[in-house]
Design a protein around this ligand. Structure first.
Ligand code: GUN
Length: 291
């Protein structure tokens, strides 16, 4: 049987609709909308597109958008000063510093300066700790979006054998923490894993986040498994053009999987939607509003 295709674009629209309703309720009760500040340093073309999309969607759901576009040669000290100003600004509820930062800037130092309660990326060590011990926190956007998509295939993830390929701080590790919180039995696989295909074949839920184009093959997939593809890889296509592919060989894996996310149109659109959701959560945390 052909796999259910999980439509990330449609699910992201649902998330944004819910965020827009939450924002309306906040405006009604508090008199002003949550604000999201995005800091872009330099001219990285992909980052510029991301930031433009973030700002447009922030306004679309009724939130305040603050954009800071700084030249590539901005000093670390200037960026730190801006982050500290944003930390102190009561109209700013979420702060995102777009990565990658220029090489002369210590990204870790910048990210660790963001107030944890405004850290809508969920990258601050305080939020990493809160996630692992199960406290209310801001969870990184891509894992959050991936978990929402997985739940479109099954009502509960409880008890599933989940395999995450990739151990990055941005996706693999928080994904593992989130799936553990959902009561999955979690395995984190990576480049040094012995018999990676065999490990993947144990997965009821497979999350691929390694950044290797079409690494995951049909015979790695347990029949009926849920496959979430976090990879976004640009590879040579036809007629000298390039195309986007995931970390999963989509066509062949869709023949075996129970449900699968496409690339593009799967996890990608969920990331900004979850960022907006995190900005609402950040507002609520700052105001002491319960979920
Ligand atoms: N650059 C690419 N993706 C992201 C993200 O999720 N957060 C930040 N801060 N930068 C990114």
């Amino acid at each position: 049987m052909a796999a259910q295709i999980i439509d990330g674009k449609a699910v992201a629209a649902e998330v944004r609709k819910q965020v827009a309703e939450d924002v309306k309720a906040i405006v009604a009760s508090h008199g002003s909308a949550p604000g999201l500040a995005v800091v872009l340093v330099g001219e990285d073309p992909a980052s510029k597109v991301y930031v433009k999309n973030k700002a447009a969607q922030t306004v679309e759901v009724g939130m305040q958008s603050f954009e800071y576009k700084l030249p590539a040669e901005t000093s670390e000290h200037e960026i730190l000063t801006l982050v500290q100003r944003l930390n102190a600004n009561p109209n700013v509820n979420g702060i995102l510093v777009q990565l990658p930062l220029p090489k002369h800037v210590n990204a870790e130092k910048i990210l660790n300066t963001i107030d944890p309660d405004k850290d809508v990326d969920g990258f601050h060590p305080t939020n990493v700790g809160r996630l692992w011990i199960g406290e209310r926190t801001l969870v990184p956007c891509t894992p959050t979006g991936s978990a929402i998509l997985a739940k479109k295939a099954v009502p509960s993830l409880q008890g599933l054998n989940a395999v995450v390929i990739g151990r990055s701080n941005i996706v693999g590790k928080p994904m593992a923490a989130l799936l553990l919180r959902e009561s999955c039995t979690v395995t984190v696989a990576h480049s040094k894993t012995k018999d990676l295909p065999g490990v993947c074949r144990t997965a009821d839920l497979l999350v691929a986040a390694v950044g290797i184009p079409e690494l995951v093959k049909k015979d790695w997939i347990k029949p009926g498994a849920i496959v979430i593809d976090v990879g976004i890889n640009r590879v040579p296509g036809e007629n000298g053009k390039t195309k986007l592919v995931g970390d999963v060989a989509y066509d062949e894996c869709a023949e075996v999987a129970g449900a699968i996310t496409p690339v593009p149109g799967g996890v990608g659109p969920m990331t900004i939607a979850c960022l907006l959701q995190n900005t609402v959560t950040a507002f609520k945390i700052q105001k002491g509003i319960k979920d």
